[in-house]
Structures are given as structure tokens and as C-alpha cells.
Ligand binder design. Structure first.
Ligand SMILES: [Zn+2]
Length: 217
């Protein structure tokens, strides 16, 4: 069982490097870890504060030894493992994982936590922003662990916006076409238009139902 002194290691804290997505792009993860280590040493740490670093492509690199308490979350370093995701510059506390990180990082983080669980009793997975006035790591870790994406407002959903655009363009297209025609042709165009709008409304209804299922708690 992994311990820091007498304290059982039971928590994994998730962090970010707060760097832009293109930071040191093309350099191997070892170079990025060296740079992060330089920053931490400059702050007075003996070495990198984190135990693991996850690069943009999902590569996992080692920082300090797991048996040594980290230097990543004030007051909670003993009995925990610190994991840093490369990226997260300009992220906000309630962002979504994929707003700032790659799908490869997401699966690497889940895999890494499972792997650490093989030798440590990790019962809590937390984000730095839970205990510090910081955005780090730029998403709600609790919700992420539960596998739920952060809530989006219905009007902000991109698929809903696409539906609304479809619906409106159906209406606008109909009005333009009808005014240019006369007689029976108008009736035909109006009928086609009604069908298009009905189909778009039906798609929108389905999307609303799916959205409620995914976002309702
Ligand atoms: Zn942090």
C-alpha cells in the first residue's frame, strides 16, 4: 500500500500546466517536463511538484517519485498524487475537459488513475480548483469523474443552434420563393416548405430530448 510517511495515499489531484495548446509543440514530453521542473525549482521546490504529466497526445511522463509527497496543492500534498495535464491556458473553473485538452489526454488520465489504483487506495479524485481560488485544471473534476459533461445551456448547444438555423432557413426560403410565384405554384412551394419545417422541428424535438437526457441530473 502506497504511503507518505504514515499517511495512506488516497487522493489523486488533477492540475494543468496553464500553457497554450501550441506550447513547445514538436518537442518531446521530456523537454516539457524539464521546463516545468525549471519553473518549480525557481519557485523553491526540490524538483517538479507533480508525480505525472500528461502530454497533448496522451503520452504520460513521470515527475517526482510516488513515494515522495508532491508540491502541487497546498495543505493536501501528503497522501496524494499530483497529475498535470499539459494545456489549460485561459481555462475556467467550469469549463469542459475537451475545451482545453485532447481526447487522448482524457483517456490517458482515466487509464493513469486506474493504473495508480493498482498500488494505491485512491478513493478521491479532485481538482485543484476545489481548494484554491484558481481555474486549474479548467474543468469540474467531480463531474468529469462521474462521466457527465459540464452542463451547457440548451441555447448554447451547437446541435440546437444548427436545428434552429435549419428551421429558420426553411421559413425564410419559403417566403422568398412564394412571393416570386403565383397560383398553384405558391401552394406547392408552401406545402414543401411546411414539410421541410416539420422535419426540422421533429429533429429539433429529438435533440431537445437527447439534451435533457444528457444534461439533466
Ligand atoms: Zn493546479
Amino acid at each position: 500500500m502506497l504511503k507518505h510517511g504514515n499517511k495512506i495515499v488516497d487522493t489523486a489531484w488533477v492540475h494543468c500546466s496553464a500553457t497554450r495548446p501550441e506550447w513547445l509543440a514538436g518537442s518531446p514530453l521530456s523537454e516539457k517536463i524539464k521546463e516545468l521542473t525549471r519553473w518549480h525549482v525557481a519557485r523553491g521546490f526540490s524538483t517538479l511538484g507533480y508525480h505525472y504529466v500528461i502530454d497533448r497526445d496522451g503520452t504520460v511522463g513521470k515527475g517526482r517519485d510516488e513515494g515522495m509527497p508532491g508540491a502541487h496543492v497546498s495543505g493536501h500534498n501528503t497522501g496524494s498524487i499530483g497529475i498535470c495535464l499539459i494545456g489549460g491556458h485561459g481555462s475556467s473553473e467550469n469549463g469542459k475537459f475537451l475545451d482545453n485538452y485532447t481526447p487522448e489526454q482524457e483517456s490517458a488520465l482515466r487509464r493513469l488513475i486506474e493504473e495508480i489504483r493498482e498500488r494505491a487506495q485512491i478513493t478521491k479524485i479532485r481538482g485543484h480548483n476545489e481548494v484554491a481560488a484558481k481555474a486549474c485544471p479548467g474543468f469540474n473534476v467531480k463531474r468529469w469523474v462521474e462521466g457527465k459533461p459540464a452542463k451547457t445551456k440548451l441555447a448554447e448547444s451547437s446541435t440546437m443552434q444548427a436545428s434552429a438555423v435549419q428551421l429558420l432557413s426553411g421559413a425564410a426560403g419559403g417566403v422568398t420563393a412564394v412571393s416570386a410565384l403565383d397560383g398553384n405554384a405558391q401552394i406547392v412551394v408552401v406545402l414543401v416548405c411546411v414539410l421541410v419545417m416539420a422535419a426540422a422541428a421533429w429533429v429539433m424535438r429529438e435533440r431537445i430530448a437527447r439534451w435533457v437526457k444528457e444534461n439533466g441530473s
